[in-house]
Each structure stands twice: as structure tokens, then as C-alpha cells.
Design a protein around this ligand. Structure first.
Ligand SMILES: [Zn+2]
Ligand SMILES: [Zn+2]
Length: 477
């Protein structure tokens, strides 16, 4: 292991000239930057705060950025090292990329700094696709990667790890991924479950076999949920391993509750908001939870009531309450023509569960990120809110499941929903024999004894047009 180099005596070449006053200025800017970093509450820094800090340092120029590279060499302060990594990732700066490449050329580069640089490179969006170095992660010695990751990954949220894994590592071949997963999961750190979440969706058999066995070592209840989902996997070894792991967890539970450090922090429901566009059947739902450290995590899900269920999902972590409120206020301005309201937890959950049920019923895959973010609400107890509208109703005229093309919307009036095809259909009135399209009919409120609350009446004779009885069977796919 190489000796730590103190920032002031770093042998990294100065990015600019060697003139004395330049050096003096360089040292001063670096020291000011190091002081600024030392003042940061690393653990509680939100994403927005990290970004703001990154911009602030970036504005001070290359000397300030160089201070961040100095921190990477600082073995005695892992917190500051992590902060430097986070800040460098946020910078998306050509100078940062250039400096990384220069440093990576150095033959005497300590292994852990090399890993840190590769991580910055891999996680900076700019170099995402183009970077040939991501693959190098697996060439790095096991020990150094574990040493680095144990604390680095610990500073991230489980959802962040999951998203990072899906965005940056899923393109690697399964064999390489398995190698990396084996390293990262050497210990059963609960946050590593984020990786399992993503891999369970992509389902490479070898990886699933490993995870089915490994998850038995995790104590967090999330591991149980993941293992249960593996019990009906087509691969016999995956099923057997999952079954054994569950038995192992049950046996351990009889010995008493697991230590706090083996559990993910308990998030509590914070707030939920919905923006609805009832005619198009689109809802945008925000579900936020508060972590024990007081920071907010939230998901935003786009739901389609008529046909598609959950169509998109994304989320964020480490928002302060102020930042979250600011975001909601912005959303409310952006959707000023729609109706945004704060809703109770059970209403939000009902919307989400009904949308999920529609995905399953109609055979539409969930957006990949949804499996990660759904964790925010799935863990919570749930009682249905009956006022939430039915998802996936049949067309009131043809009684077929509404299949709504992305640009088309059904004709909605009261409790009647008429598919685009039927809204162009001409109906025959049994009383007078006249014909009329639904849009030409008169609409009246039915009396309370009727099943249908809205009636379509013939425009010629004003008689109620009979609608087919409501289809209560499960619609076919
Ligand atoms: Zn129809
Ligand atoms: Zn008529």
C-alpha cells in the first residue's frame, strides 16, 4: 500500500504555469477549497446542495478542482474523499476528464485512487457511453475495490445504487457483472440490495443463482421480498437456493431481531401529490418519504387510467424539505391548467396499486425504474381508498377493454367511457329507428335506481338508448 501524500506536497503536476505567484495563488485557492470542503456536512448533503457546491468550486477554476483530486489521495479522511468523488461526478467538466486521463497514466498511482478516478469517470454522464475504462473496474484487485466500495457505497441510498447499477453496469456482459457483484456483496451490506433489485429484473440465470443464495445472508426484510419473487423462477437451482435462503432467514429470526446496522433506514411516508387530467386519463403522482436523517426521497409515476397503467417512473433522493417544497411549487406552476392536489397516503397507494394491476391485466411491462422506486410505498401497510376511479374500464358501448392509442383519448362523459372507434359509430334508436353518433345524443342524469348514472338519449325522440350491460367478467388479453 502506498503512503498517503498530503495535499500540500502532492507530486501531481500543477495544471498551469510554474511562475511563483501562480503557485502561490494555486496553493491559496486549493487551501480555500479544502477548507470549504471541511465545512460541509458530508452525510447530510442533498443532491441539490452537492450540485450547488460543485458549481461553486468549478467557478473558482482548475486550482479549486485540483483540490478535489488532492482529496482522492487523502486516505485518512474517507468522508472528504467521498465528497470529492461526488463533486467531481457532478462537474461534467472537460478539465476533470483531462485530469483523470493524466492521472490514470501515472505508474505509481495508488490502487484506491485509481478506483476512485474510474468511478468518477464511469459515473459522469458525459463519459458514460464513450468511456472505455468502465470495463477496467473488473481488472482492479479485489481488495482495493472492496475497501473503496464498502464506505463509498455506504454513503449512497439503496435506490441510487440500483439506478447507478442499471445505468452504468448493466451493459457489461453477465459474467463480468457476476464477478463484480460477488465482490461487492462479499459482506451483506443492506444497501447492496439495490443491485439485487435491478438484477432480478434482468434475470441472467447465473447471477440469479448467486443472488438466491447470497440474499439469505441479508437481514433486511427487503431480502425476503426479493427471495420470494425468485421462488417461481424457471431455473431449479435458483428456486432451490431461494428456498434454502428463506429457511435460513426464518431460522435466524427465531434467535431475535437483527442488529440495526443490518437493516436499511426506515423511511416514513411524508407527502403525496397528484396532478390529474381526467379526460386523457393521465395522472402524475408524487409519493415522498422521509428518511431518518430528515431528507426526502420521492418517486414520480405517470399513470394511464384507460389502458397502460404505470407508464413511466423516476425518483430522487436526498432532497431537503425546502428543496422538495420548491419542486412541488414548480410542478404546480407548470401544471397550472390541471388540478394538482395533495392527497392522503392511502389514496396515493390506491392509485398506484390500481395502475399496477392494470399493467399486469393487460400485459404491459413496468418501466424498469419502477421496481426500484415502488419500494417507497410497497413496504407500507395499505387500506384501499374506494373513491379512486376504476383503472382499465371497458368501453361502455362495445364492452371491450379500452385500447387507447397514445394520441387518442376515449370519449368520457360522467361514468360513460366510449372508445375512439365507438365514438365514431352510429347508433340506432330502437324507439324511433333514427340513427345518431354518441356525440350527437343528449345526455341526462339517470335516476338513482339505475345502474348507469348517465343516460344517452336519442336526439330525435328523446328516448334513452339502451347500452349493453356492464361487463363484469375479467377482460381477455
Ligand atoms: Zn367501444
Ligand atoms: Zn329515437
Amino acid at each position: 500500500m502506498s503512503r498517503r501524500k498530503s495535499p500540500a506536497h502532492s507530486d501531481a503536476p500543477s495544471p498551469t504555469g510554474r511562475v511563483d505567484d501562480v503557485l502561490v495563488r494555486s496553493v491559496r485557492v486549493r487551501n480555500q477549497t479544502l477548507k470549504l470542503l471541511a465545512e460541509q456536512p458530508v452525510e447530510d448533503l442533498s443532491v441539490q446542495q452537492t450540485r450547488a457546491l460543485a458549481r461553486r468550486i468549478q467557478r473558482r477554476g482548475p486550482h479549486a478542482i485540483q483540490a478535489l483530486f488532492d482529496c482522492l489521495f487523502d486516505e485518512e479522511d474517507p468522508n472528504r474523499q467521498h465528497l470529492a468523488i461526488m463533486l467531481l461526478i457532478e462537474m461534467k467538466d472537460a478539465y476533470v476528464q483531462k485530469r483523470i486521463h493524466q492521472l490514470l497514466q501515472r505508474p505509481d498511482l495508488p490502487e484506491r485512487v485509481r478506483v476512485a478516478l474510474l468511478a468518477v469517470e464511469a459515473l459522469s454522464d458525459e463519459s458514460l457511453q464513450a468511456s472505455p475504462s468502465v470495463g477496467h473496474l473488473s481488472e482492479i484487485s479485489l481488495d482495493s475495490l472492496i475497501q473503496f466500495t464498502d464506505s463509498f457505497w455506504e454513503s449512497m441510498e439503496v435506490e441510487e445504487i440500483a439506478m447507478m447499477w442499471s445505468q452504468h453496469f448493466l451493459n457489461e456482459p453477465p459474467a463480468e457483472r457476476l464477478r463484480l457483484i460477488e465482490m461487492l456483496m462479499k459482506s451483506a451490506k443492506p444497501k447492496m440490495l439495490g443491485i439485487a433489485y435491478i438484477e432480478l429484473i434482468y434475470g441472467d440465470t447465473k447471477i440469479l443463482q448467486f443472488l438466491a443464495e447470497k440474499l439469505g445472508m441479508f437481514n433486511d426484510p427487503m431480502a425476503v421480498g426479493l427471495l420470494e419473487s425468485l421462488l417461481d423462477n424457471p431455473d431449479l437451482m435458483v428456486r432451490t437456493n431461494a428456498d434454502r435462503s428463506l429457511a435460513r432467514i426464518r431460522q435466524r429470526r427465531t434467535l431475535g431481531p437483527p442488529p440495526e446496522s443490518d437493516l436499511l433506514p426506515r423511511d416514513r411516508f411524508y407527502r403525496a401529490y397528484i396532478v390529474s387530467d381526467p379526460l386523457s386519463g393521465h395522472y402524475s403522482l408524487v409519493y415522498a418519504v422521509k428518511s431518518p436523517n430528515g431528507l426526502i426521497k420521492f418517486l414520480v409515476a405517470l399513470l394511464n387510467r384507460w389502458d397502460r397503467g404505470v407508464t413511466d417512473c423516476w425518483g430522487c433522493v436526498r432532497y431537503t424539505i425546502e428543496e422538495f417544497n420548491e419542486l412541488i411549487a414548480t410542478m404546480s406552476r407548470d401544471f397550472a391548467d390541471l388540478n394538482q392536489s395533495r392527497i392522503p397516503k392511502r389514496t396515493a397507494q390506491t392509485f398506484l396499486y390500481r395502475a399496477m394491476e392494470l399493467n399486469q391485466r393487460r400485459g404491459y411491462a413496468f418501466p424498469p425504474e419502477f421496481s426500484v422506486w415502488s419500494n417507497l410505498f410497497i413496504k407500507d401497510a395499505f387500506t384501499e381508498d374506494e373513491r379512486v376511479p376504476e383503472f382499465g374500464p371497458d368501453c361502455s358501448l362495445c364492452q371491450k377493454p379500452l385500447r387507447v392509442p397514445s394520441h387518442g383519448v376515449p370519449w368520457v362523459i360522467g361514468d360513460l367511457v366510449i372508445c375512439p372507434a365507438c365514438s365514431r359509430r352510429s347508433l340506432r334508436c330502437p324507439a324511433c329507428g333514427g340513427r345518431a353518433k354518441p356525440a350527437d345524443c343528449l345526455v341526462t342524469q339517470g335516476n338513482s335506481r339505475d345502474d348507469e348514472k348517465i343516460n344517452l338519449r336519442c336526439p330525435h325522440c328523446f328516448e334513452v338508448l339502451p347500452l349493453p350491460p356492464r361487463n363484469t367478467e375479467q377482460p381477455s388479453r
